[in-house]
Design a protein around this ligand. Sequence first.
Ligand SMILES: C[S@@+](CC[C@H](N)C(=O)[O-])C[C@H]1O[C@@H](n2cnc3c(N)ncnc32)[C@H](O)[C@@H]1O
Length: 281
Amino acid sequence: MRHHGQMHAQPGVGTCFDAPVQVKADLEAGEATREGMPPAPEPDSGRPEHGYLPATSFRSRRSTLSGAQRQTWERLWPKLGMSVGTPAEGGPRRGEPLDTSAWFGRRAPVVLEIGCGSGTSTLAMAKEEPDVDVIAVEIYRRGLAQLLSAIDREQVGNIRLIRGNAIDVLEHLIAPRSLIGVRVFFPDPWPKARHHKRRFLQPATIGLIADRLLPGGVLHAATDHPGYAEQIAEVGDAEPRLCRVDPGSRLPTSIVRPTTKYETKAHESGSAVTEFIWKRR
Ligand SMILES: C[S@@+](CC[C@H](N)C(=O)[O-])C[C@H]1O[C@@H](n2cnc3c(N)ncnc32)[C@H](O)[C@@H]1O
């Protein structure tokens, strides 16, 4: 399963040679607007100085956690989760990289999943790779609560959760050359031209991700939006520290992901999914 998923990746551009990967070495409160999915972040000029997502912020909403979700949250969040400067919560900003070995209680390769939604891919992929530690970042609290409940139900030990803006997480909590993988599945497409600047995958964020990946580490992205797919291809291929790899290549972490509800809906509405795999040189 690890290296041969049903992939829809584009043919390699600037293909990397297979390099040995240092796998173990260096080592809201949200109202869902459709089932299982959070509301899109709302524009806000609250952080105009931000270098990566200049005009994007997230509006605060009432929590919609069920009673059971709330109980699980209260029991497990202090151990498995942390909040990072979420505007809605005004949580603390951390000034030094996370000690992932201390948080997970072991030394293992670490993958960061950005915008995990309700965590369908996070859970399935973590279960498939028990020797890899997965940090899921999301701003949507109910999605994180759903994932937390699933972790509890299925007793999955290799997932930790961060509530906050993934840019802050990458900037402040993740050390350079520390990740074997970064996953960005179906980032908000912001289809209107005037909103394209709010898209998560743009040159500065791709550069930040490349900086946080170990040599040989993998950036795996997928989108069902053709215009965003073009942009992702362009900025990813333009990042000199990344090179496109064939999905059949030997990779240090799985690229096999389950089909989420979001993706099923995309298929039903006739949208093709484009998948991207880059490797850090
Ligand atoms: C379209 S959903 C996709 C969810 C999931 N990856 C899937 O495939 O079902 C995009 C998710 O990214 C989250 N998101 C958007 N910008 C984010 C950011 N800067 N940091 C963390 N999460 C973000 C949103 O809250 C939303 O849950």
